[in-house]
Design a protein around this ligand. Structure first.
Ligand SMILES: Nc1ncnc2c1ncn2[C@@H]1O[C@H](COP(=O)(O)OP(=O)(O)O)[C@@H](O)[C@H]1O
Ligand SMILES: [Mg+2]
Length: 210
């Protein structure tokens, strides 16, 4: 995996530093000089670590942007833009100054019980809003739950989500395992049933918080 260097540009955005790395790409802190605000930029470059074609990557990022773009909620990261610069495909979104919930798994005592309950409640509210608008996240796990400095939850990464009215998922094949194993429903991990609905996200948020 190669990284963009600080000071380089992606579209109009000026890269500052790496914020995180997920299964799908690298997320950078950048500056939007036109608006004068910090943004988080998720990038994927074809041919680095994955065998997806450029067209598949572009469609996947566009779909992620469309899914999250349908949502408007204080506990869901807002999408600003989706685009391409040379070989790099990217999504520009609200920058959350804070840490992902993964950070607290290694030191759970850093959070008082009231803060833990607040995280579960806000995550559930974010998912309820998404479900009301016909969007399934399908990958609720600590790495996709960001905790802002003021304690506010921001759910991110709709990269493998889907619309509830979609027929067969367009970017996953029938019977293909989706989501992250530790937070998948047991029946789904065992490949026994395919109940890919709101219950799956609720189950994942429960197993994430347990
Ligand atoms: N909007 C954001 N603001 C700040 N950090 C972020 C933001 N989005 C993602 N990150 C960081 O990048 C990591 C990976 O992001 P994610 O969207 O989950 O990528 P992937 O699809 O590759 O899993 C997160 O765990 C978090 O640390
Ligand atoms: Mg992720």
């Amino acid at each position: 995996m190669s990284f963009l260097t600080p000071g380089s540009r992606l579209g109009r955005f000026e890269i500052s530093t790496v914020l995180g790395q997920g299964a799908m790409g690298v997320v950078y802190l950048a500056n939007d000089p036109q608006i004068g605000r910090p943004v988080a930029i998720k990038t994927v470059r074809p041919g680095m670590d994955r065998d997806e074609t450029a067209i598949e990557i572009e469609e996947r990022l566009r779909k992620e942007a469309r899914l999250a773009g349908r949502l408007q909620h204080p506990n869901i990261v807002t999408i600003y833009d989706v685009g391409r610069d040379g070989d790099d495909y990217f999504i520009a979104m609200e920058y959350v100054e804070g840490k992902s919930l993964t950070r607290y798994l290694v030191a759970p005592d850093d959070l008082p019980l009231s803060a833990k309950i607040a995280i579960v409640r806000q995550t559930a509210e974010a998912l309820a809003h998404a479900h009301e608008r016909g969007v399934l996240h399908r990958d609720i796990k600590p790495g996709n739950i960001l905790i802002a400095r003021d304690g506010r939850v921001k759910v991110t990464d709709f990269g493998i989500g889907r619309f509830t009215n979609a027929t067969t998922s367009d970017l996953t094949r029938t019977g293909q395992m989706i989501g992250s194993p530790p937070t998948c429903r047991r029946s789904r991990c065992a490949g026994r049933s395919w109940t890919d609905g709101p219950t799956s996200s609720r189950w994942a948020s429960c197993s994430t918080s347990s």
